[in-house]
Design a protein around this ligand. Structure first.
Ligand code: NQM
Length: 355
């Protein structure tokens, strides 16, 4: 492993979808989880609301680390471990992956020589270490050249990029972890879904909002945030995750009627800040819930795979496949299109231990 104190660590700072984070080769990271978590905090600069002594951007969407290595099992090209570092507290969560940063994983592997770009298209299978799920990532690479540019526009991201197609199939896990379409938490009907990310789907009206409010307005509403957190803590127990007060999952997804041409409006709490867009796998959870009869989202269900979720910065199409298995209940997978870009390459110098 590289000497972290003096020499710094080779690092690629990348945007993946509507998030960004620091990407590392697994071989440049310590092996132990505790050592990795400690290093992640020191790299990003947490705990500190501004992450002033690190490279994090002071928001959960810019306080992320991706660790990428060669695949260990047959049929897997890459391993992707994700660390979410809580800006203020420095808590590091491994209980979730990040579908947005996943868009950068295969390009990063090509940049670092772990993979070669395909002659026309690059397609790679990625094992998501955090969840055990598997993703197939595919994008155009004419002439065997990695190119970030293209004409795909993501609302919330200026400009356009090469469309990266991401298909995530949850490795046989049930979509409805409680086995029920609706759970009652303190009189509030909720649907617990895991389509690659544990999410709690709640109708916005149940927590005293309309559902089309902007992130600033929602973050200023302390009573609303407190109520949503109470529901989240209770939902954590129903998910079988125990005490989730210091975990970044489950995420809270507040849904309401569409405002424009989409299927459903969503406000995503991640879990204490309000997302300006929506996480890829969070969206996949809501989209799946619209396709399962009897959930809190089924009134916004439609036909086919594509579900358009409206969010503060625009809209996002999540394509989901759901099916009911006689033994395992509802199962699902999702497909999303993202873009990615390398932003900065160099060596990062972590802050002092215990900072
Ligand atoms: O749900 C935010 C993001 C995410 C997660 C978060 C994500 C996903 O938008 O797949 O991408 O986890 O807090 O980056």
């Amino acid at each position: 492993m590289t000497d972290v104190s003096g020499e710094g660590i080779p690092c690629l700072w990348m945007r993946g979808g509507t998030s960004k984070g620091a990407f590392f080769l697994e071989s440049d990271m310590p092996q132990g989880a505790q050592e990795r978590d400690d290093l992640a905090r020191r790299i990003l600069g947490s705990p500190d609301p501004q992450q002033i002594d690190g490279i994090g951007g002071g928001h959960p969407l810019t306080s992320k680390i991706a660790i990428v290595g060669p695949g260990r099992k047959a049929g897997v090209d890459l391993e992707y471990e994700f660390l979410q570092v809580a800006v203020d507290t420095g808590d590091v969560t491994r209980a979730q992956t990040c579908g947005n940063l996943l868009a950068g994983v295969v390009p990063f592997a090509i940049e670092r020589g772990l993979l070669q770009a395909g002659a026309e298209r690059t397609t790679a299978t990625v094992h998501l270490v955090n969840t055990g799920d598997q993703a197939s990532v595919s994008f155009a690479s004419p002439g065997g050249v990695l190119d970030y540019s293209g004409d795909c526009v993501l609302p919330g991201v200026p400009g356009a990029g090469n469309p990266i197609e991401i298909e995530v199939s949850s490795g046989g896990g049930a979509l409805l972890p409680s086995g029920r379409q609706i759970d009652d938490i303190d009189g509030v009907p909720v649907t617990l879904v895991n389509n690659g990310m544990p999410v709690v789907v709640v109708r916005a009206s149940e927590v005293g909002i309309v559902g089309d409010e902007g992130p600033e307005e929602l973050e200023a509403n302390r009573a609303f945030l407190g109520r949503v957190e109470e529901l989240r803590i209770a939902a954590g127990e129903l998910f079988g995750m125990g005490d989730v007060s210091r975990l970044s999952v489950p995420k809270m997804m507040l849904i309401s009627a569409p405002q424009a041409e989409g299927d459903v409006t969503v406000r995503a709490l991640i879990p204490h800040r309000v997302h300006r867009s929506v996480g890829v796998l969070m969206a996949a959870g809501v989209a799946a819930a619209t396709r399962i009869p009897g959930t809190v989202a089924s009134e916004w269900g439609g036909e086919g795979e594509a579900v358009v979720l409206e969010y503060p910065a625009g809209a996002f199409t999540s394509r989901v496949r759901t099916r009911e298995d006689a033994v395992r209940g509802w199962l699902g997978s999702s497909i999303a299109t993202r873009t990615t870009r390398k932003l900065f390459e160099g060596r990062v110098f972590p802050g002092p231990t215990g900072s």
